[in-house]
Design a protein around this ligand. Sequence first.
Ligand code: FNR
Length: 219
Amino acid sequence: MPTESPAGPLRVLVFGAAMRADSTNARLAALVARLIADSGATADLATMREFEMPLYDGDAEAAEGVPAGALALRGRLEECEAFVISSPEYNASVPGVLKNAIDWVSRVQPQPFKDKHAMLVSASPSMVGGNRGLWALRVPLEHLGTRVYPDMFSLGMAHQGFTDDGLLTDSGLQQRLAETVEAFLRLVEADTRYVCLQRRWYEFLGDRTEAPVTLRAED
Ligand code: FNR
């Protein structure tokens, strides 16, 4: 597939959103990064542990600014055209550490989410694979202007879902994941290189930077 252009390969941050060293979401993120690299794009694999930050506190922000971990995550996002988050589901929603990271990063202007494409995947020992958490995760990302890919991928029974070499034990699911990643990269490529979709509608009112779009408040 065409992931090359005069501007070079697409760059995709692939982000495992769990803290656990043995995280199944880290394994799923590593697999997605591998598929991205196989397609000729560049994958930057990261985990939540790399971006240490306190709980969001407006007083701490006023006194000390945005913490280094959030600035580092923002920097990694800025270097990419797209990102993939592999996140667990906690109590049918977004894990607090991930929401906290999104909240901190959204405080940097210009915030980096608004011109990015994202694909969401999850892994869980449950049968539904943490999919409800991904629906909740769409909300803050879309609020911030991210183009969240419609298709998501959730790996149920993830504790027994991987082979020793890091592929999915279910070959049908492995193929579906590979096809979803490829289709996502095609869309990112088309938008980034050729279409450059205009954003006519952008909900995040905290952004006071250029914003060549119609803010919701102005509609
Ligand atoms: C969970 N887990 C969980 N799983 C699920 O499918 N639906 C859920 O609502 C929850 N809720 C939940 C809450 C809390 C506080 C914890 C700690 C865990 C289980 C979770 O999916 C499991 O721990 C995964 O293994 C976490 O992902 P990693 O760490 O393997 O990537």
